[in-house]
Design a protein. Sequence first.
Length: 458
Amino acid sequence: MCASPTCRKFAPWLLCALWTASSGLAVGECSKGDEGHCAIAGGEAEESTLFIGDVGFEELSQALGRRPTSWKNKHIAPILASIGEGDYGEVARLRLVFRDEGRSAAAPASAAGAGAAPPQSAWVVKRVVPKSEEDVGSDERNLTEHWRFLEGFAVEAAAYESLAAPLGAAGLAMPKLLLATEPRPLGRPFTIIMEDLTERFPRGASGQVRRVHPKEREASLRWIAGFHAAFWENARAEERGLWRRGSFWIFDKLAQLEMREVPDGYSIPYLSADEVRRLRAAGPAIDARLAGRPAGTRHLDDAPAPRHRTLVHGDAKPENILCSPPDGTEVNCAGLDFGWVGEGYGTYDLIYMLWDVLATNQVEQLLQEYHEMLMARLPAGVGLEYTPAVMRQHFELCTLDFMRWMVGFRKLGREHFWAMPWAITVLREVLDKLDVGALLDSEEAYAEAVNREYPLAL
């Protein structure tokens, strides 16, 4: 049995259950490993206690509107495993069964009566169990990253709640939140239980890396264009409990600490040491401009201008965009993993979404398609000043910003930096516009150049 708080803390992927009959004997069993199962043995138990992280049986039943009689769970992955972490909890798939059907709740019968839609039986459980500060250590970079992760988990919980209505109204699929326990104050364990979308959108399920089909690419652009349109120039990010600035690679304190660790003279097969120096010197000015304010120290306290800004997903890689099979007449998508949602220019998402596209002309075509999709989604008369030329300027700055992040990222950047030829070309063209091919004297000089070539009016 695994109903103890200690078990629930240190085996978060195990959806622990304990059913207790009137005799006081435990009559349910649950197992640790990739897959677990629990069920009531015999008749209805007088007292039932199902623990899913810190969610109890009664709380779960109330959220569902009925009482499950058994469940199965399957481990999916540790949280943050894709970036070499894995000590922040687990993600598991939960399937519930209800006694009155004698089978999965996906069967036609429903507690609501004949003809009613069947209740949802498949859920994804994200159980966040943060590292202790003792395990993180005293290193400033590690502590900064740790607290950034924790804020991201809390933002994700807020996003599933605050974005559901506007995205639903826009016809955009995202997991329905069943319930979430309180993530604040940061550092406490908490649980998110959300709809499992993998049956409707199997492409990309369980974080699978795949070759993106052209129909999936088109559908992903359509989804992200709808997402941006839903919050166009009305992000209200902090009001919604989201990041003030969206995207995981902004030039925040963590990125600044990482960049300090890049040695002078550092180069990679894609970029010479001189190009890395120029990119590094231009980084703060580019970040300021992407923050929606003029570059330069005298503008540090300026409020971001809302023009052309929206909510960005912030982590729009293919693994976070599930798709329906590409063999139908139209592919549809659903967004996942909203831990980096916040205010920004939509091109933050486009860079990550299009980074693996090889040909320059294909990138240009996809940008044009996105712009047309966005304009079609915005209300009449809105966004008319967001021309393809403006979008292109934002895209150029985001290209350099993303490459700056890869240069500095400790876990992956220095060993796995990669970019398509079009991205290298963009970087060189933008740097040449800013400094005419030679490192400028100061970061302030790059700020003046960014304001000249990429004015806030655009």
